[in-house]
Design a protein around this ligand. Structure first.
Ligand code: NI
Length: 170
């Protein structure tokens, strides 16, 4: 079986030039840029790329753009369409935590159990520039934190207690 080519090339940690960008804290998106049709198209292409790669979240640094933008699959967010996170802020709620195996499209074939808080509050802007706030728990909260980490140049392997050969794509 051959995987279908993704819409945008995925940047990989194993490639040194791409690793450098994946490790960089990303820059805020100027909200004026949301009027740019190319920017809207970038969001659509990220959603397609995530879907074609069977991912449940994708952050802009993973397609070579060092900007604070990420998408999360609608199956995870429980919404009717994929969730767009622009300039997100994530706050931990409560003291609960869970350890669950994670993977990442930027580090194919690598997995590991990652402890994370199980409830967060997300504040972000949507693709129209509307500020929104939502509460998330369990897998949704985990993916929000995983993608927000990408925007800080942080990867799940930094937090994993060990590296395994599981098969949970994130
Ligand atoms: Ni990832």
């Amino acid at each position: 079986m051959f995987a279908r080519r993704t819409k945008l090339p995925l940047w990989l940690l194993k490639r040194p030039a791409q690793a450098e960008l994946l490790r960089l804290p990303a820059q805020p998106v100027p909200l004026g840029q949301l009027d740019d049709p190319e920017f809207q198209q970038l969001i659509d292409h990220m959603m397609l790329t995530m879907d074609q790669a069977n991912g449940i979240g994708l952050a802009a640094p993973q397609i070579g753009q060092s900007i604070r933008l990420a998408v999360i699959a609608h199956e995870v967010s429980g919404q009717s369409s994929d969730l767009v996170l622009i300039n997100p802020t994530v706050t931990v709620v409560g003291t609960g935590a869970q350890t669950v195996e994670e993977g990442c499209l930027s580090i194919p074939g690598v997995y590991g159990p990652v402890p994370r808080p199980d409830r967060v509050k997300l504040t972000a802007f949507d693709r129209r520039g509307q500020r929104y706030q939502l509460s998330a728990q369990d897998l949704f909260a985990r993916v929000i934190q995983h993608e927000n980490d990408h925007l800080e140049g942080r990867l799940f392997i930094d937090r994993a207690s060990s590296i395994t050969h599981g098969r949970v794509p994130t």
